[in-house]
Design a protein around this ligand. Structure first.
Ligand code: ADP
Length: 319
């Protein structure tokens, strides 16, 4: 291809800028025009796009969020909307797209490719690490580090007061982020949507550990498990101990990307641009055991990611 577009869509994640920078600079190096499309699919519909230069992506590798902006777009969910998007691309000679986004964004990309034949290459941009076929998604590492910062602080105050700290982290359907942060933060219990848990068992475990001299407890809860406030209340009533619930919220989405996210996003951005330019389509690039892998776009959106059993085992073993 001689002219491509790139957009970020859905929930933002730290490292999207690093991926964008790599896509733009790789395309330019290959002598291919590259259009930056603002605000996800909405920009494609409302014609918010411009041709990028190498300078357009200067000074962004260290920034969280996405300089292109992102949005959720209902109109793109209709065939009519997607045809309009296609027309707007054709008008400018944009022959293919790199889509950086989560599960939903990749679903939208599949539809567009199916209906119009536009070549699409996807990159998994989400802190949830919930994209099938890759053990890495752009932003999860930074988000886990943000959670660890919070956990370290919560440990200080929980231990001073002999309290139980319940920390709710993002992850509606997928507990990867909770699991990573819980293991790294040394949590006693990690509750994820993929794994059943018994609150009464947790309460008796806490009581026992206090009897053995533990000064405080840390429980990490993925938001998909249920209301952390209710969970905290239940534990307080059952154990008769002081519980504090902290919902970390959107803090987890922001921040300067970690080294890991910058490097991996750069690697993926380069691969995506080269593949698209070479005419590949319907593929998502990710990592598997440290190596870049190409995942079929259809497989990526139809399969459900499984939690790493080894993590579940390890978390239990070490608590
Ligand atoms: P994420 O990419 O983070 O999972 P969303 O699920 O909100 O975020 O998806 C982002 C956007 O992708 C939506 O606002 C919509 O424009 C588009 N999209 C999501 N699912 C579909 C679908 N099934 N068909 C077409 N477009 C979709």
């Amino acid at each position: 291809l001689k002219s491509i577009g790139v957009l970020t869509s859905g929930g933002d994640s730290p490292g999207m800028n690093a991926a964008l920078r790599a896509v733009v600079r790789t395309a330019l190096f290959e002598g291919v025009k590259v259009w930056g499309i603002y605000n996800g699919y909405r920009g494609l519909l409302d014609e918010e796009m411009e041709e990028m230069t190498s300078r357009s992506v200067s000074d962004i590798i260290q920034r969280g969020g996405t300089i292109l902006g992102t949005a959720r777009c209902k109109r793109f969910m209709t065939e009519e909307g997607r045809m309009q998007a296609y027309e707007n691309m054709k008008k400018r000679g944009i022959e293919g797209l790199v889509i950086i986004g989560g599960d939903g964004s990749l679903r939208g990309a599949t539809q567009l490719s199916l209906e119009t034949g536009v070549p699409i290459v996807g990159l998994p941009g989400t802190i949830d690490n919930d994209v099938w076929g890759t053990d890495y998604t752009i932003g999860c590492d930074t988000a886990a580090n943000t959670i660890i910062d919070a956990i370290n602080k919560l440990r200080d105050t929980a231990s001073s007061h002999n309290r139980i700290a319940v920390v709710e982290v993002m992850g509606r359907h997928c507990g990867w982020l909770a699991m990573l942060a819980g293991i790294a933060g040394g949590a006693e219990f990690i509750l994820v949507p993929e794994e059943e848990y018994n609150l009464d068992d947790i309460c008796s475990g806490i009581i026992k550990s206090y009897e053995q001299g533990r000064r405080y407890s840390l429980i990490v809860v993925a938001e998909g498990v249920g209301s952390s406030l209710d969970i905290g209340k239940y534990i307080e009533e059952k154990t008769n101990m002081d519980v504090r619930v902290s919902v970390l919220g959107h803090i987890q989405r922001g921040g300067s990307p970690s080294v890991r996210d910058r490097v991996k996003a750069s690697q993926l951005g380069e691969k995506a641009a080269l593949a698209l330019i070479a005419g590949q389509s319907d593929v998502v690039f990710g990592f598997n055991q440290g190596k870049v892998v190409a995942i079929d776009l259809h497989d990526a959106i139809t399969n459900k990611k499984h939690m790493n059993d080894e993590f579940i085992r390890l978390a239990k073993q070490l608590n």
